[in-house]
Design a protein around this ligand. Sequence first.
Ligand SMILES: Cc1cc2nc3c(=O)[nH]c(=O)nc-3n(C[C@H](O)[C@H](O)[C@H](O)COP(=O)(O)OP(=O)(O)OC[C@H]3O[C@@H](n4cnc5c(N)ncnc54)[C@H](O)[C@@H]3O)c2cc1C
Length: 385
Amino acid sequence: MDFDLPEEMRLLQNTLRRFVDGELIPLEGRSLDGQKLKPEIESHLVARARELGLWLIDLPEEYGGQGLGLLARAVVWSELGRTTALPTRHVPILGPDIRPVMYFLSDEMKERYLYPTVRGERRSCFAQTEPDAGSDPGSMRTTAVRDGADYVVNGVKRFITGADEADYMLLMAATDRSKGSRGGISCFILDMDTPGVRLAGFHETMTGEHPWEIVLDNVRIPATHLIGEEGGGFALGQKWLGIGRVKQGARALGVTRRCLELAATYARQRVTFGRPLAERQSVQWPLVDSYVALEAAELLVYRTALKFDRGLDVRHDAFTVKLYCTEMAWRAAEMCLQVHGGIGLTTDLPVERLWRDQRSHLITEGAPEIMRMVLARHVLNQFGS
Ligand SMILES: Cc1cc2nc3c(=O)[nH]c(=O)nc-3n(C[C@H](O)[C@H](O)[C@H](O)COP(=O)(O)OP(=O)(O)OC[C@H]3O[C@@H](n4cnc5c(N)ncnc54)[C@H](O)[C@@H]3O)c2cc1C
């Protein structure tokens, strides 16, 4: 067994680390407007990311991307996770957000939606969550009922990121509510300017994001806009959410590393009662706990990514990664804030941003309780007799 990253990944990692240290960290505190990159900074960073070979690393080569393996992408996400200069969710400097469900579109629909999105001419949002269905999307109330050549959709979607700027949404709707997530949810592509689609308002959040509420009132979607099979939407979604969980885990590695760097540096400098904080055992131990967790988490993330690249099933690994790494990074952010005292609460340092952002990742894309719920079934089956 070789636990080291392959040579080319280590080169990638070094390049990214220099980019983050030299060009992104100096922008912290002034690159974002809420959670969006300021336009002039975004265009500069996009150009730099292209130069560094980071553009469209997620997208398969057949669609014009680089089709990097998950291990290489995990290295990138981990390094970028060290900085608060970028938005905490979608990182636009790597290219437009293209959800893998789009690869299941027909050729004609790819021409209309996928390729223009790759070229940056059209934008999408993903609409699954509802006021009464977040962690449990199988209970969603938005229905899509077949009527001739169309589906008629009624319902409300909540917390939809980027709905105000999107040209179309990837919509999850129930085609058979009695089946829920076991064959009752379908995925559609829906233009935002379709009659009956209305943005009803947005929520301000502690991270500076403002996800939208969308009302769907007797919206007619042509049946040709169904992606994959009727009832197959949930299964399609799970395919890419698995990758998303590894991404979350990799990002959390970077957050934890940065929190360790900030906390260890401050602890060595800050003197209280005549001694540096770094000499106090109560300060040392949480630092050590973060370090030990990071060492373990790195192996977990990289092993999962490698298994995925080898075509193996990583469903449970991806849940384990999301659970372990996001909780680890949250504890590290909490430790980092505590070590810094009052200055950590100010916006002069990136500490409070790391803390706020990481807290939000314990709720979105699958809360720890949901990861534990799913893994409990796996553990009971695997270890119970
Ligand atoms: C900034 C932001 C951006 C978002 N962007 C999008 C987007 O673009 N598209 C989209 O579709 N959604 C989006 N969401 C929605 C997000 O995915 C949901 O908020 C998330 O899935 C949790 O759902 P919920 O808020 O309804 O919480 P609920 O499902 O109501 O859960 C509430 C609490 O109960 C816990 N819980 C739930 N079930 C169980 C259980 N079985 N056992 C124990 N505990 C449980 C959860 O951990 C949670 O803390 C976004 C949310 C935010 C805040």
